[in-house]
Write a protein that binds this ligand. Sequence first.
Ligand SMILES: NC(=O)c1ccc[n+]([C@@H]2O[C@H](COP(=O)([O-])OP(=O)(O)OC[C@H]3O[C@@H](n4cnc5c(N)ncnc54)[C@H](OP(=O)(O)O)[C@@H]3O)[C@@H](O)[C@H]2O)c1
Length: 304
Amino acid sequence: MCLRDKSDSMNTAEKEEKNNSKLKGKVVVITGASSGIGKAVALSLAKHQPKLVIFARREKKLMQIARTLKEQGIKLLPIVGDIRNRDDREKLIDSTLKVFGSIDVLINNAGLGKANLFLEQPEEEIDELIETNFLSLVKLTQKTVQIMKEQQSGHIVNLSTSLVMLPAYPFAVYNSTKSAIMTFGDSIRKEMKDYGISVSTVFPGPYNTNFHEVAHCGIDKFKVYDVTKLANKIVKLLLKPKDNLIQPWFFSVYSCLSKRSNRFRKKVSIEIGDSILRAKKLAENELKIEKEQIKREKVQIIAQ
Ligand SMILES: NC(=O)c1ccc[n+]([C@@H]2O[C@H](COP(=O)([O-])OP(=O)(O)OC[C@H]3O[C@@H](n4cnc5c(N)ncnc54)[C@H](OP(=O)(O)O)[C@@H]3O)[C@@H](O)[C@H]2O)c1
């Protein structure tokens, strides 16, 4: 028993070393790395010693992460930019090639959701969702796979959402951009395979990131999962590419049920939609109460 344990642990150590060397020195580009999933993946990747390119708009947040990674001896290139901006996307690719000479992995993670009824959604919000989540991803991917084609290797990882299986109604435009990402990945996979490029789609459930705050549906109103666990799974996906990664794992059951039964899909989607709207209303009420409280405090201070 003891002997077996020892050999098992040796195997694990050997496996880990082999896995570590797989990503060592590889150039991994992560968009939307200033918070949430992108940040967690960057930190989780550190032990594999890749060359990391991290990209987002919020410079201060990006530099904080850059400092943490630098302390761990990671070769790093932080780039501040807006994924919707063509010049910024070009800067991302050109600077990466200039500094590191290749792009081995692109993690298309930058994105956002906005919980809103379709009838009430402002046009600018629709533009922002489609441009950020889908259009920019397609354009950045096209430039990147041209480089990967020359290398005859590469891996594209696209962030979709588990909501594509259960399309909750207050996220109509968001869900559509994420379904488009899934279809895009499925459509280019064969063409990319011929050049040694893998394409993966990640379908996360709800995780503890800024997503819910940005989407105006308050994170404390949902059960959310640990983003570090998701990040570790994404790192495993880089070590062993596969077409789809659904997380947490039991969301695969929802995926199966949703494909098999339209009744299930409709019922659960509506239930999730209702709970998102409730959460949004609660978050709005809390904000209103908070604003009124600040106003009262101001009046009191002035009156004193
Ligand atoms: N958390 C979840 O529950 C969940 C579930 C399913 C799917 N997802 C997907 O996972 C991805 C990451 O989201 P998250 O949960 O980690 O949320 P998050 O904490 O809000 O992170 C979003 C990231 O995207 C970046 N970003 C947004 N717009 C950008 C733009 N125009 N240009 C460059 N970067 C931009 C943000 O950086 P800056 O603001 O600094 O630019 C940030 O780093 C998204 O695509 C989201 O749809 C999340």
